[in-house]
Design a binder for this molecule. Structure first.
Ligand SMILES: *Cc1c(COP(=O)(O)O)cnc(C)c1O
Length: 464
């Protein structure tokens, strides 16, 4: 029919759709200009379909109103909502990574409402450094000479490479040219800042001689990258960071170690798999160690740089430092999170990521059993509910091999598909994110805090 589709005459105006939605109260709580924009988007899309001959038999003006209503429901209201993570993935990047400890939440609340003593030295009244709020704690915890916090670890790595290598050469193993996700690929990050990348070794094996033979007068830095989001096994060989540091010392070259996940506690103490700690990397003699604030550290989005004074100072003075500066809310949360590491055992009891890693199967079984009973009465005949053995993962570029036994609820709707229920849970308030397994919803309790169980029950009750 092309551009002569006679139904074009029936296309409602933006104003008409708006007033219809207004009278059915579907514009409530939505700022008028935003509502109008979304309605226009729906009307324009309908017009384009008619003009291009893509409108099917079902097309109707009422459908345009419904399309607009869907856009309003989806984009008209605040969307960055507190969410219940029932996926069993602890550091879920798409769900904001690490939840904050109670103290970190309170610290953020304290500084968000007004001004803060961010960069004023209270002794002198002169300009101070925002780093002062975390520096001493980072030094005490890591054992490093100097420390600095930036907005995320990608920023820390970029800054470290720019400050220590500039446009000179950086030697890195082919087995460590990792992609972190979301277009953060080590080779590209390195060349972005102007550094020349010198790849040594093979995918599975790199020896100290490989680094040694690649050193020239142009070499500025030896780089080691932790394979934080995958593992290699079989015929593999990597150079220990201590050996790399010894080589660097012999040839006058600093070593930078991108640890990524950044554990500040020894996970093996609590029966978990070994993960290289920041303390070990510092003790090995690295000039600079970089890691995230919101992975195993369990704090806000941040990137940490710790190491030797000369290396950290060069990072701080580099022009890029301003572009990757940490904001005051994240800094407040970071300071409160780091404080937990200074009292023995407190990190394990207060920091949610560590607590979720450590919580025992028996306790989770009890929570699963309790919730199963509550959901059975809330849902009645609408679903079959059972407690099953499931597994949880660290996620987010940490402990890729880890699989923690985690009792979970399997909720199988009787009259609807699991996908439909999962979608309804995502749209609920609060949103709940679950996994689907064999056309049932798998509700993993390791990532659900005990104080979220009531809301979780309510979300399911709303489905019935
Ligand atoms: C996660 C990770 C990064 C990126 O850190 P962000 O905090 O996401 O910016 C860089 N390097 C490694 C090894 C990582 O694991």
């Amino acid at each position: 029919m092309g551009s002569s589709d006679p139904r074009l005459r029936l296309l409602p105006s933006v104003e008409r759709v708006l007033s219809q939605l207004e009278s059915s109260r579907r514009l409530d709580g939505i700022p008028r200009p935003l509502g109008a924009r979304l309605v226009r988007q729906a009307v324009d899309a309908a017009r384009a379909r008619l003009i291009e001959g893509r409108a099917d038999e079902e097309w109707s003006p009422e459908q345009v109103v419904e399309d607009a209503a869907r856009l309003l429901a989806r984009y008209g209201h605040p969307s960055l909502l507190r969410t219940i993570n029932a996926t069993g993935i602890l550091i879920h990047t798409n769900l904001g990574r690490a939840p904050l400890s109670a103290a970190a939440q309170e610290a953020v609340r304290q500084v968000l409402a007004g001004y803060a003593l961010l960069e004023i030295d209270p002794e002198t009244g002169e300009r101070g450094s925002r780093q002062a709020h975390v520096e001493a704690m980072l030094l005490e915890i890591s054992g490093a000479e100097a420390a600095s916090a930036v907005n995320n670890n990608a920023g820390a790595v970029t800054l470290g490479l720019a400050a220590l290598a500039g446009d000179r050469r950086v030697i890195v193993s082919r087995g460590e040219l990792v992609e972190i996700g979301g277009s953060f690929r080590m080779p590209e990050v390195m060349t972005q800042g102007g550094a020349g990348l010198v790849e040594v070794g093979t995918t599975n094996r790199t020896h100290l001689e490989d680094y040694e033979q690649a050193i020239t007068s142009e070499t500025a830095l030896l780089l080691k990258v932790h394979r934080s989001n995958f593992t290699m096994s079989g015929f593999v060989q990597e150079v220990a960071v201590r050996d790399l540091v010894a080589l660097g010392e012999a040839r006058g070259l600093p070593v930078m170690y991108d640890l990524g996940s950044g554990a500040l506690v020894d996970l093996t103490e609590r029966g978990l798999p070994a993960e290289p700690t920041v303390q070990d990397a510092v003790a090995a003699g690295c000039a600079l160690v970089t890691f995230s604030g919101d992975k195993l550290l369990g704090g806000p989005q941040a990137g940490l740089l710790v190491g030797r004074t000369d290396a950290v100072d060069r990072c701080r003075r580099h022009p890029l430092a301003r572009a990757v500066r940490i904001g005051r809310l994240d800094l407040a949360a970071l300071a409160a999170t780091l404080r937990h590491y200074l009292t023995p055992g407190e990190a394990w009891s207060e920091i949610p990521v560590l607590r979720m890693l450590e919580v025992g199967v028996e306790e989770l079984s009890q929570r699963a059993g309790g919730l199963a009973g509550r959901l059975a009465s809330a849902l009645g005949d609408a679903a079959d509910i059972s407690v099953v053995d499931a597994e949880a993962q660290a996620g987010g570029g940490a402990l890729p091999d880890l699989s923690l036994p985690s009792p979970a609820l399997l909720v199988r709707p009787r009259a609807a598909s699991a996908d439909r229920w999962a979608a309804a849970l995502r749209r609920g308030r609060p949103p709940v994110i679950v996994r689907i397994q064999n056309d049932a919803l798998l509700v993993n309790l390791r990532t659900v805090a005990p104080d979220e169980l009531d809301a979780l029950e309510g979300a399911f009750a709303a489905l019935a």
